[in-house]
Design a protein around this ligand. Structure first.
Ligand code: URA
Length: 419
């Protein structure tokens, strides 16, 4: 078999065989296929697409390209939740402890942020002392004893995806449904959970720009997971504007804590409830989604979800004392309020522009080796539909660097469209 022929076949819009896909995945993983041939095939897939069968084969081969976790020794149905990435998405920080409080074990492997979208691991590690680099033994022990653990994804999980993703990221081949579906589902299948609930986002701050494309992506991922014997469900959620008000790392942890205290912004609570209801349903904790809502409310109100988060922080080496202070985690030393120049109603808060602002303030990394400034970020005061008066605060930006703060100010203002 020759890589040249595989590229040529896809270039002409033909479906690849199971053997050809296996040859490609093995060659990428071992390093035998050079990057220029890999990226040529990725680009051909972007233009010509893949059938559902090809996408499923690619996913399975990628899932088998490295370690595969066996969670069968842990009790209960293990449910994973995956978001396709967004701005201000801190749902895992809330759902992990909330689901554990409701009796559903959560075994979560997460990633770091890259580009516009933040990563759960960076957010959690903005808590002093906390580490997500858990040994497998500690990870499993914590799930058995506490019901929730969040660890960083090991390098050995779906290594083919790591190579492909790094190439896609630099060759404009990320936004392609079969490639996104196989990338996400290969890692989910290798992570070993019994059930997976997907949060597929659409809008300016998401890979999928329209609801229709998000629906298509969700359906393909559900079909792959179901074919592989996983219980699957999904939520389609709006990422035209940031989720909640906080975008960054420490600032998002603070919003997650407020939400676990029964407060927090409504749009964030709504997505948490929708995802949580599906997780509890596929995890057999409730018989209907309707039953899940009062259960989640009870565990937010009685403080048990917050207590799970506190214990998770402690067990992972962190200091949870910030949760008892009014200011919570400290934010960047320098801050600036962005105020409206006119009276009107907020028509848009462009999620991608707010994401860029947070990145420029120091909250994210443009390349995977950069470090982040945990206290930097954006707090959005006005969301779509809110009336605003001239001089009122639209957002507040935080950074550890005065220069970065100054540079991000104009960009943050441009995220808001007021009519
Ligand atoms: N998240 C992933 O893990 N892979 C993609 O391709 C896109 C989002």
């Amino acid at each position: 078999m020759r890589m040249f022929d595989i590229i040529d076949k896809k270039k002409h819009g033909l479906a690849l065989t199971k053997e050809e896909i296996a040859y490609f995945v093995k060659g990428v993983t071992s390093g035998e296929i050079p990057d220029y041939q890999t990226t040529a095939l990725l680009m051909a897939i972007c233009f010509k697409g893949m059938t559902d069968e090809e996408t499923a084969e690619l996913t399975l081969e990628m899932a088998h390209s490295g370690d595969e976790m066996d969670l069968s020794h842990l009790s209960g149905i293990k449910v994973d939740k995956h978001s396709t990435g967004g701005i201000g998405d801190k749902t895992t920080l809330i759902l992990g402890p909330l689901m554990a409080a409701c009796g559903l074990p959560v075994v979560k492997m997460s990633g770091r942020g890259l580009g516009l979208t933040g990563g759960t691991i960076d957010k959690l590690e903005s808590i002093p002392g906390l580490s997500c680099a858990l040994s497998m033994d500690d990870f499993f022990k914590q799930v058995e004893e506490l019901g929730v653990a969040v660890a960083s994804q090991t390098q050995a999980l779906a290594p083919c995806d790591k190579k492909l993703y790094a190439l896609r990221d630099t060759t404009a081949t990320v936004d392609c449904i079969p490639l996104i579906a196989s990338s996400i589902m290969s890692k989910k299948l290798a992570s070993g959970s019994d059930a997976i609930v997907l949060d597929v986002k659409y809008g300016s701050g998401a890979f999928m720009k329209t609801r229709e494309d998000a629906q298509k992506l969700a359906e393909i991922m559900v079909a792959i997971g179901t074919h592989c014997g996983r219980r699957m469900d999904y939520v389609i959620s709006d990422m035209e504007q940031p989720l909640g008000q906080a975008v960054g790392n420490s600032i998002e942890v603070n919003e997650a804590v407020m939400t676990l205290k029964g407060q927090g912004p409504k749009d964030l609570r709504d997505v948490v409830y929708q995802l949580g209801a599906k997780m509890l349903l596929v995890g057999d904790i409730v018989a209907t989604e309707e039953e899940a809502y009062p259960l989640m409310q009870e565990h937010l109100q009685d403080g048990s979800a917050l207590a799970k988060f506190r214990e998770m922080i402690q067990r992972q080496g962190g200091d949870p004392s910030f949760m008892d202070t009014e200011e919570l985690l400290p934010l960047g030393e320098f801050s600036e309020e962005i105020r409206s120049d006119i009276d009107g109603v907020v028509a848009k808060v462009q999620a991608d522009v707010i994401g860029h602002t947070a990145l420029d303030l120091g909250a994210g990394r443009a390349t995977k080796d950069e470090s982040i400034d945990p206290g930097s970020g954006v707090f959005v005061y006005k969301k779509v539909g809110d009336p605003v008066k001239k001089g009122e605060i639209l957002a507040k930006i935080y950074s550890g660097s005065k220069e970065k703060l100054f540079a991000a100010e104009k960009e943050c203002r441009e995220a808001f469209l007021i009519n």
